[in-house]
Design a protein around this ligand. Structure first.
Ligand code: CAO
Length: 492
């Protein structure tokens, strides 16, 4: 057993950086490269890793101390003498590195994507560090920002002749920016928060200089669990969101707590199970998908006349031809023409589906459900009409099986039987578009010479703007409206 000093390694141009966090205590066993302390400069905070494994005998720094290269952080008892021989000075070429933890790297990248975290460039007389550079496009701002990561020696003795561009041991966390207000927290606190799924922008900081300390994260989790604080529903996985994982915290106020009984009589009614499930899904989809709704009107004068004629010819008991059935058929045609509407986002890939399963929102006493008409492209209009009627009845009776609600590639939400002129249907994730339909009304239309009464059907297409552009949505709707205006076009 030998006692050696663990020192601050070469940290580049930083003369004197403040210790803001102690990550080990006397008695702690540390592994090689385990973080010992967090230091903070004007621009960045970084964790200083151990150049030796062993047991911490004594800490030589405390919070608030200023350290520089060579400052002794702690005395450590190595587990055997052999290690001490190696440990005092890790050779410049040895792989004494603090490769950023992939998750921590991800978050730093996120910060950089926001255009705020500049890589720290050090002209240091040290061994060349391996460097990797990657550019990440920031979809939110449309900018590409270079992020540098590097390995570096952990020992102060790791000096060599070559000048190089390097970063500190751990990807720096930007702490000071005028562009985006990023929560002020050390890498280890960020890691801790990530493990717990806590969005640091929602955490109240109590540390010095508005710094979030581990206890703040714990207090936040406690408050959320006890219902004292509410947070926005889930966060978009970085890949499929196309935005940084840290995201911009919504920074919402807690939900108002009101004693309603103070103002008049009240009654408590538990939410039905379906409503709770659909509410959670709708909330997630609304928050996570950048919705835009495009509005169009289709002249269905001839189609409605045709529908009435067909229904008049029906034999007893046969399912009525509904506007919904025509819409399903027309939508399949439009989806084939514009395949990105029959797709899902999977990370940075678009999954274009070669099947056309159309869901339709069904209003039930217990909430909204979306049964799916599978292979709508292969079914006749009367088959679709019969199936929607069967599925709608099953839905109202609460007898839909999960399989009957799965696999949809596009949805239709029809309020045509009720009214309205337009609305914003919420996309049924992981689909990328949904068509809302309102009640037809007779309206004057200009035919070039005079106004004529025409039966107009309002269409509202909500689409995921990450996948679909406004122009594509407009084209899709024009295409759909033309089909509805002259249904013979569906055959083409
Ligand atoms: N314009 C005018 N009338 C319409 C119409 C339209 N766009 N769509 C339907 N109608 C008429 C029908 O012709 C029918 O009239 P008749 O009884 O005289 O024949 C009447 O309205 C009722 O139709 P319906 O709504 O029962 O049948 P449907 O096939 O059109 O719709 C279903 C079935 C399951 C979609 C519907 O019952 C339903 O649940 N709609 C609500 C969906 C919903 O809640 N969406 C909102 C979700 S939030 O995004």
């Amino acid at each position: 057993m030998a006692t050696i000093e663990l020192k601050v390694p070469d940290i580049g141009d930083f003369d004197s950086v403040e210790v803001i966090e102690l990550l080990v205590q006397p008695g702690s066993e540390v592994q090689l490269e385990q973080s010992l302390i967090t230091v903070e400069s004007e621009k960045a905070s970084m964790e200083i890793p151990a150049g030796n494994a062993g047991r911490i005998k004594e800490l030589k720094v405390k919070i608030g101390d200023k350290v520089t290269e060579g400052s002794v952080i702690a005395l450590v008892e190595t587990l055997d003498a052999a290690q001490a021989d190696v440990g005092q000075a890790i050779a410049p070429t040895s792989k004494a590195h603090a490769t950023p933890d992939p998750t921590s790297n991800g978050e730093s990248t996120a910060a950089s994507n926001a255009g705020v975290a500049a890589p720290v460039t050090l002209a240091a007389p040290a061994a060349p560090a391996s460097e990797s550079r990657s550019a990440h496009a920031d979809l939110a701002t449309g900018t590409g920002v270079a992020v540098t990561t590097a390995e570096m020696p952990t020992s102060a003795a790791a000096a060599g002749p070559a000048a190089t561009t390097r970063t500190p041991p751990v990807q720096p966390e930007d702490t000071d920016t005028a562009v985006i207000v990023k929560p002020h927290a050390s890498p280890s606190v960020r890691k801790f928060a990530r493990e717990l799924g806590v969005d640091l922008s929602t955490v109240r900081a109590t540390g010095p200089k508005q710094r979030i300390v581990p206890d703040d994260v714990r207090a936040h989790v406690k408050a959320v669990m006890s219902g004292e604080v509410t947070v926005a529903a889930g966060r978009m996985p970085a890949a499929s969101a196309g935005v940084n994982e840290a995201g911009a915290g919504l920074g919402l106020l807690p939900w108002p707590k009101v004693d309603f009984a103070k103002f008049g009589p009240i009654e408590h009614k538990p939410l039905a199970r379906i409503r709770k499930i659909s509410a959670a899904n709708l909330h997630r989809n609304w928050v996570m998908i950048p919705h835009v709704t495009h509005h169009e009107v289709a002249d269905v004068t001839e189609l409605e006349a045709f529908r009435v004629t067909l229904n008049a010819e029906l034999s007893a008991g046969a399912a009525k031809f509904t506007m919904l059935a025509f819409l399903v058929k027309a939508c399949v045609h439009a989806l084939k023409h514009y395949p990105e509407f029959n797709a899902s986002l999977d990370g940075d890939q678009l999954v274009l589906k070669q099947y056309w399963h159309v869901g339709f929102a069904a209003d039930t006493p217990n909430g909204l459900v979306v049964p799916v008409i599978r292979d709508a492209d292969r079914k006749s209009l009367s088959e679709i009409a019969a199936e929607t009627s069967t599925l709608a009845k099953l839905a109202r009776d609460g007898k839909l099986s999960p399989a009957q609600m799965q696999g949809g590639t596009f949805s239709i939400s029809s309020l045509g039987g009720i009214g309205g002129t337009a609305f914003t249907p919420i996309i049924n994730a992981p689909e990328v578009a949904i068509l809302g339909v309102n009640r037809t009304s007779m309206q004057p239309q200009w035919d070039g010479k005079s106004f004529v009464p025409r039966l107009m059907l309002p269409l509202s297409l909500s689409y995921d703007h990450r996948v679909i552009d406004g122009a594509a949505a407009a084209r899709f709707c024009v295409h759909l409206a033309r089909l509805m205006a002259d249904f013979r076009r569906v055959l083409i």
